[in-house]
Design a binder for this molecule. Structure first.
Ligand code: C5P
Length: 221
């Protein structure tokens, strides 16, 4: 499928709501460059846990300068510990600014082989791609999110009790929604998708219907 112009899809969501899964499905279907922006903060969190002494401004600047999307595929970034470290780092204004530029480049200048871009995170709909063609706020009940994250960690052989996962997600929500810089919020122009009672496929079909309808109206298909 070739679209007439670059499509930009912005998704914000709290942790483990299924946004990453949907963003991947959307990107694959419409041939968009996918960027999981949380993974950038996770990568930095990982470096900090690995060697906090080395974690200086120049180290961070250098890492972000050389950053490639393939660096974000490392399975080590998926642990609960790294997620917690990421949410602490994500409150740092200077770091956000550096990460911001990388995200903008991916969103607005994807390689030619793509029909556009799809980014998910916490501030994508209002800070990174405020003029996105499609904005979604993907969420699910706290228990559903904790269960999904628990099962995901279990499948990766990371043994952590369900209650600990639930507590950690609650803590991360509190921090992400209430922080001063780039808090998680649903903008008025974002379409709410609640994945609590939807399968991955049903959720994707719902999103696809919304996208296809607008693309057809605008003669982009
Ligand atoms: O999405 P994920 O759970 O992997 O993100 C890890 C953490 O990174 C989040 O809890 C959040 O604090 C931070 N983050 C952010 N802005 C983004 C994406 C993630 O602050 N755009």
């Amino acid at each position: 499928m070739k679209l007439k112009r670059n499509l930009k899809v912005a998704i914000d969501s709290p942790a483990a709501a299924g946004a990453g899964t949907q963003a991947k499905l959307i990107s694959k279907h419409y041939k968009l460059l996918y960027l999981d922006t949380g993974k950038i903060y996770r990568l930095l969190g990982y470096y900090k846990i690995k060697n906090s002494k080395k974690f200086s401004s120049s180290f961070i600047i250098n890492k972000i300068k050389k950053l490639k999307i393939t660096d974000l595929k490392n399975k080590k970034l998926l642990t609960n510990e790294v997620g917690v470290a990421a949410s602490i780092i994500a409150k740092n204004k200077k770091i956000r600014k550096l990460v911001h530029n990388f995200q903008i480049k991916c969103a607005y200048n994807p390689p030619k082989k793509y029909n556009g871009s799809c980014l998910d995170g916490r501030d994508i709909t209002y800070k990174i791609i405020p003029n996105a063609d499609f904005k979604f706020f993907i969420t699910a009940s706290i228990k559903t999110r904790a269960k999904r994250r628990y099962l995901e960690l279990k499948s990766l052989n990371k043994k952590i009790p369900y209650n600990k996962v639930l507590k950690s997600i609650k803590k991360r929500d509190k921090s992400d929604y209430n922080r001063r810089i780039s808090p998680l919020k649903r903008t008025k122009d974002s379409i709410l998708i609640n994945t609590t009672n939807l399968s991955k496929r049903a959720c994707f079909l719902k999103i696809k219907k919304i996208i296809d309808k607008k693309l057809k109206i605008n003669g982009n298909l």
